[in-house]
Design a binder for this molecule. Structure first.
Ligand code: COS
Length: 385
C-alpha cells in the first residue's frame, strides 16, 4: 500500500534500507550470537544523520518527526531489531530533553546527540517499578546547587554505551507521582556506576544493563522542567516513543514475512513449492494483511503526533499494541512455514521470533497499553456525559 511519503521521507527510507542491506544484514547473525554492540554501524548512522531526526533544527537536528523515526526503525528492524535500538533507544533518551529541557540544556546536549557524538538512554524502570512507573524509589535530594541521586535502574537499553542518561527520580516521596522529577545525568558524574549486564533472549546486538546511582552528584542545572514534573515528562516521552517500538515491531514482522515468502517459493514438498499449497497461501495472506493493518495504524498515529495532536496517548498505545502483537504472530507463523529448519539457528528466521517478543513487553507491556487505551476511551465517554 502507498503511504504517500514526501520525497524527503522516501529518500530517507531508501538511505536507511541501503544501510540495513549493506552494513547490518551481513553481520546480524554474528552480532546476535556474540551479543556485541555495533559501534562501527553506529558511526554509519551518525554520518548519515539518523540521530538528528527528532531534534529541532535550531539545536542541530534535522527537525523531522515521528514519521521519520518510524521509517528509520522499520527499515533497520527488517534487518536487525537489536541494531535498531542504537538509534531508537537514543531517541527515547533524548525525548525528555526535547520535551522538558530549557534553552540552555537543549544547547548543551542536543547538538552532540543530533550528531551521534554521544548516545542517550532513558532510565525509568527499577526492580520494583516496571508497569507501575509511579512506584519508583530512586531518590534525588537537593544539596546546595546539586542533586544527590541514589538508587538502581534496570533493563536500561543503551546502558553502558550511552553518555547521556535521562533519569526519573523521586524528589518528594510524600507527593506520589507529583513528587517525581527528571534529570540529565552524564556517565562521568561522580557516583554513576554501570551494574549488571543482561544476557537477553533477543535484540542481542543492543546493550542492556543496570545503572546504579551511588551518591551520584548531578548539577541542579540538569533538572528538566520543575521539581514534580518528572512523571509527566516520562509519560509524554513514552507517548512520543511508542510509535518507534511499533515501527521496530513492524520491521521485524516484515523482515520475517519476506524471508518466509522467499522460502515458501523455493521449498518443494508434495511435488510443488510451498506457495502452491492453499494452507501456506492462507497463512501468507493473513500475515501480509496483519502487517499492512499495523503499518496503517502506525503511520496514522505518527502523523497525528507530528501534527501536534493533543491526545496522543491513545493512538501511540494502539499502534504499539497492534504492531507488537502482529510481530509475535507473524514471526511465529514464519518459523512455522520454515518447519524444522525454522527452529534451527542455522537459519535466520528464529531470531525474528526471539526479537519480536520484547516489543510486547518494553516501553509498557501490552497490558499497560490496553490500560492506557481503555482509560482514554472511558474519559472521552465521560466528557460527553
Ligand atoms: N501525558 C502526560 N501526563 C500523563 C500521562 C500522559 N500520557 N499519563 C498520565 N499522566 C499524568 C496524569 O495526568 C497524572 O497527573 P496529575 O497527578 O497531575 O493528575 C499523573 O501523570 C499520574 O497519572 P496516573 O494516575 O494515570 O498514573 P498511574 O500511576 O495510574 O500510572 C500508567 C499510569 C500505567 C499509564 C503508567 O504507570 C505507565 O505508563 N506505566 C508503564 C510504564 C512503562 O512504559 N514502563 C516501561 C519502561 S520505560 S522504557
Amino acid at each position: 500500500m502507498d503511504y504517500f511519503f514526501t520525497e524527503d521521507q522516501m529518500a530517507l527510507q531508501e538511505l536507511v534500507r541501503q544501510i540495513a542491506d549493506e552494513k547490518i544484514r551481513p553481520v546480524a547473525a554474528k552480532l546476535d550470537r556474540e551479543g556485541t554492540f555495533p559501534w562501527d554501524i553506529v558511526k554509519v548512522f551518525a554520518e548519515s544523520g539518523l540521530y538528528g531526526a527528532i531534534i529541532p533544527e535550531e539545536y542541530g537536528g534535522t527537525g523531522k518527526g515521528i514519521v521519520e523515526l518510524a521509517i528509520i526503525s522499520e527499515e533497520l528492524a527488517k534487518a536487525c531489531a537489536g541494531v535498531t535500538l542504537a538509534v531508537a533507544a537514543s531517541a527515547l533518551g533524548t525525548f525528555p530533553i526535547v520535551i522538558g529541557g530549557n534553552d540552555e540544556q537543549k544547547r548543551r546536549y542536543l547538538p552532540d546527540l543530533a550528531e551521534g557524538k554521544f548516545l542517550a538512554a532513558f532510565c525509568l524502570t527499577e526492580p520494583d517499578a516496571g508497569s507501575d512507573a509511579g512506584a519508583i524509589r530512586t531518590r534525588a535530594t537537593r544539596v546546595g546547587d546539586e542533586y544527590i541521586l541514589n538508587g538502581n535502574k534496570i533493563f536500561i537499553t543503551n546502558g553502558g554505551v550511552a553518555h547521556i542518561y535521562t533519569v526519573i527520580a523521586v524528589t518528594d516521596p510524600a507527593k506520589g507521582s507529583r513528587g517525581v522529577s527528571a534529570f540529565i545525568v552524564q556517565d562521568d558524574y561522580p557516583g554513576f556506576k554501570i551494574g549488571k549486564e543482561e544476557d537477553k533472549m533477543g535484540i542481542r546486538a543492543s546493550a542492556t544493563c543496570e545503572i546504579v546511582f551511588d551518591d551520584c552528584h548531578v548539577p541542579a542545572a540538569n533538572l528538566l522542567g520543575r521539581e514534580g514534573e518528572g512523571f509527566s515528562i516520562a509519560m509524554k516521552t513514552l507517548d512520543k516513543s511508542r510509535p518507534g517500538v511499533a515501527a521496530q515491531a513492524l520491521g521485524i514482522a516484515q523482515g520475517a514475512f519476506d524471508l518466509a515468502l522467499d522460502y515458501a517459493r523455493k521449498r518443494v514438498q508434495f511435488g510443488q513449492p510451498l506457495v502452491g499449497h492453499q494452507a501456506i497461501q492462507f497463512m501468507l495472506a493473513d500475515m501480509a494483511t496483519q502487517i499492512e493493518a499495523a503499518r496503517a495504524l502506525l503511520y496514522a498515529a505518527a502523523r497525528m503526533v507530528d501534527a501536534g495532536a493533543k491526545n496522543i496517548a491513545q493512538p501511540s498505545a494502539m499502534c504499539k499494541l497492534m504492531a507488537s502483537d502482529v510481530a509475535m504472530k507473524v514471526t511465529t507463523d514464519a518459523v512455522q512455514i520454515f518447519g524444522g529448519y525454522g527452529y534451527m539457528r542455522d537459519y535466520p528466521i528464529e531470531k525474528y521470533m526471539r526479537d519480536a517478543k520484547i516489543t510486547q513487553i518494553y516501553e509498557g507491556t501490552n497490558q499497560i497499553q490496553r490500560m492506557v487505551i481503555a482509560r482514554t476511551l472511558i474519559r472521552e465517554a465521560a466528557s460527553k456525559g
